[in-house]
Design a protein around this ligand. Structure first.
Ligand code: SF4
Length: 91
């Protein structure tokens, strides 16, 4: 099944969690950046890391995402875009 799921720009995200809170299917969680991800941050990403900590939104349950777009609409950093993804049928 093809579906559009959110992609989070780790350089723009500040981990405020509004997207996680609004997701009615609980597809999203805040997860700490890995050391590898930290190593690939831009200067802006490092600034956000220093100012806001290391938690960032992740799509931990892509199969639950309906593509409604509410997560992107509440992101004041415009960090969330949508990507085509192939999700395995669960039924
Ligand atoms: S698009 Fe909708 S269902 Fe999917 S993660 Fe965002 S808020 Fe949740």
């Amino acid at each position: 099944m093809k579906s559009k799921i959110p992609h989070n720009n780790l350089d723009k995200c500040t981990g405020d969690g509004h997207c996680v809170d609004i997701c009615q299917t609980h597809a999203l969680e805040l997860v700490p950046l890995s050391e590898n991800e930290k190593n690939h941050l831009s200067a802006k990403g490092w600034f956000n890391l220093m100012m806001h900590g290391s938690l960032r939104m992740r799509v931990v349950h892509p199969d639950r995402c309906t593509g409604c777009g509410h997560c992107a609409s509440v992101c004041h950093k415009h960090a969330i875009t949508f990507e085509e993804s192939t999700i395995a049928e669960t039924q």
